[in-house]
Design a protein around this ligand. Structure first.
Ligand SMILES: Nc1ncnc2c1ncn2[C@@H]1O[C@H](COP(=O)(O)OP(=O)(O)OP(=O)(O)O)[C@@H](O)[C@H]1O
Ligand SMILES: [Mg+2]
Length: 577
């Protein structure tokens, strides 16, 4: 998975990567050359008291160092650019993928997990790319080059390299194999903390109202402790690693000096060679250590890559049409043909074989008890989800074949829970139509009965809106959402229980103001109150996802017991009669 992710998203950075590799190669070669030069100075310059040789070789060393510094700095610079660019592209890809998800996929992953995946998981992979560019590429060159150079200095001590490398690798392997399983746990625990926190922040009023703070504090505490435990376990293993590496490093140095000294005494080795050998051994072990750090991070990044690919590989269940229809035969017509819908994982359908048709200038009301499937029905029309069976036709075309942009342009949806975005009232209303004039906005606000409270605000249309619109009352938010749909001027209006937070007088004024605006449009009103829908052209009564009746108020009153029951429960008996 990691490989696949990298292969896909590193392609645009091929040239940069190649540059990094070349630069690292030269930088590392320069670093490898230095100890040999140093040995030369000691053996040929110091030992023979040749100042000229020392100066010449010293200048050479300076030049080599300069090459190394320039190459390393440039490599890090390009490496950082590559890694950050990679991170940006991957984040964008995940973001777009999530944007294409229908509510079904979003529910499957859960919003908090999707947020962790787009931020933290991308970062994990990005870190690996960065370290690969800065450390990992030079490590193998350093290791192999170091071994070759060390052997050139002295063959007799080569067994020391074998021993110390073996011990180091064994120790590291043991620790890392214990660390890997903790990483997957860690990412899921970050998800949990995210989820708990998100739930608590968005539900803070409920939490306070029900005095659930202690319980919630405990819940967060538990998630937090779980994450801390895992992180600590990883940290403890990591802490082990460093001393072990240092121990091997230092014991090896002592061994080199010990055995090297004997060889020098026997005249088999020169002092310069010994210092060079020591430097090379340290370089070899350091490069193994650097590779180790990578090995710690790679499994974690692999876990993250899995989680990213899972998102990237998930096809939205609402598939955009391959050959979208852009020509419409009809105008403002909505038709449902035997629509059945089952939520994923549920046994029974939420909607059963619903057929209804509405045309321009017609108002269709949907009424039914809570949980009867009204919102589900409405969400099938703009394809927030797709019907499991049957067809939804807009202007005579199956919505699954309609161009999505065209479809959304035809529909003005006012969702049951009005959602406003951070910004101003004007910026929210212009969601419906980006180039709407202030006059159009005011017109829509007047129709939605929202002009009074908006004009009462000091900044009018430019009044700020907090995230989710929490600085407005439920009824105000609903009216702003209605105004937003009106600005859109759709052919089909969908009001999902949008009048429930309004008092009866405002409700009827709003519907009166809507009438001229929606003259050429189809209007679907989901309502709980009979008074909201008495004058609708047709009323669809649903109960438990099935159609109980379809007709006008009077027809239903006479022929549909379910409807009569609802009416009776809401109106005083004499008003019905
Ligand atoms: N995301 C979901 N996953 C599974 N089941 C769901 C989901 N959303 C809703 N349901 C189920 O579908 C049924 C209908 O829900 P829906 O929101 O359409 O009802 P409604 O008629 O709009 O109710 P209300 O009048 O309270 O708004 C409910 O019984 C609910 O349990
Ligand atoms: Mg609903």
């Amino acid at each position: 998975m990691l490989v696949r992710l990298l292969r896909t998203y590193l392609v645009p950075y091929r040239t940069l990567l190649a540059a990094v590799i070349v630069l690292q190669l030269f930088g590392t070669l320069a670093a490898l050359y230095l100890p040999s030069l140093n040995a030369d100075i000691i053996d040929n310059g110091v030992a023979k008291a040749d100042t000229g040789y020392i100066l010449r070789t010293g200048t050479m060393m300076l030049a080599v160092t300069l090459v190394q510094v320039v190459c390393s700095v440039a490599a890090v610079y390009f490496g950082a650019r590559t890694a950050m660019g990679f991170g940006r592209d991957t984040r964008a890809a995940v973001f777009h993928q999530v944007g294409a998800f229908s509510s079904r996929e979003v529910t499957r992953f859960g919003a908090p997990s999707l947020i962790t995946r787009t931020t933290n998981d991308v970062q994990q992979v990005q870190i690996v790319v960065l370290l690969t560019c800065t450390l990992m590429i030079s490590a193998p060159i350093m290791c192999v080059g170091g071994i070759i150079m060390a052997l050139r200095q002295d063959l007799g001590l080569s067994w020391l390299i074998v021993v110390s490398v073996t011990i180091l690798v064994a120790a590291i392997a043991m620790i890392i194999s214990r660390m890997v399983p903790q990483f997957r746990l860690m990412q899921t625990r970050i998800d949990v903390v995210n989820r708990v926190l998100r739930e608590q922040i968005s539900g803070i009023r409920v939490v306070r109202a029900f005095v659930r703070e202690p319980v919630e504090r405990q819940r967060f505490g538990a998630a937090n402790v779980a994450l801390t435990d895992t992180a600590l376990r990883v940290g403890r293993l990591q802490a082990f690693l460093f001393p072990i590496v240092l121990l091997v490093l230092n014991v090896s140095s002592v061994a080199v000096l010990w055995f090297g000294a004997h060889r020098i005494q026997d005249g088999e080795m020169q002092i310069g060679s010994l210092t060079a050998f020591l430097s090379y051994l340290l370089q070899i072990l350091m490069s193994i250590m650097m590779a180790t750090f990578m090995l710690i991070l790679v499994p974690r990044a692999a876990v993250s890559a899995d989680r990213l690919m899972e998102v990237l590989d998930t096809e939205s269940s609402v598939i955009p049409p391959s050959e979208p229809v852009t020509e419409l035969a009809l105008h403002a017509t909505l038709e449902l043909e035997g629509v059945t819908f089952t939520y994923p994982g549920a046994d029974d359908p939420v909607l059963r074989n619903i057929s209804v048709r509405t045309g321009p200038g017609q108002t269709t009301a949907i009424i039914g008890s809570t949980g009867s499937g009204k919102s589900t029905l409405v969400s099938l029309i703009p394809r927030l989800m797709d019907a499991t069976e049957g067809r939804v036709l807009v202007d005579g075309v199956d919505v699954r074949r309609l161009d999505p942009a065209l479809l959304h342009g035809l529909i003005g949806l006012v969702p049951q829970t009005a959602y406003l975005f951070t910004g101003t009232i004007a910026s929210n209303l212009r969601y419906g139509k980006a180039d709407a004039t202030d006059e159009e906005l005011w017109q829509a606000l007047r129709a939605a009965q929202a002009d009074d409270f908006v004009s009462a605000m000091a900044e009018g249309l430019d009044s700020p809106v907090a995230q989710g619109g929490t600085n407005f009352s439920g009824g105000q938010r609903q009216r702003l959402a209605i105004a937003r749909a009106i600005v859109h001027r759709p052919e089909i209006y969908l009001f999902d229980d949008s009048f429930s937070a309004l008092d009866l007088a405002t409700d009827s004024r709003l519907r009166a103001a809507l009438r001229p605006i929606t003259r050429d449009s189809a209007v679907v009103i989901v309502a709980q109150r009979v008074s909201t829908i008495v004058d609708a052209d047709q009323i669809l009564v649903i109960d438990d996802g099935a159609v109980m009746g379809l007709g006008t108020h009077d027809e239903l009153l006479a022929g549909c017991p379910t409807y009569a029951e609802i009416v009776e429960s809401q109106l005083p008996a004499e008003a019905v009669a």
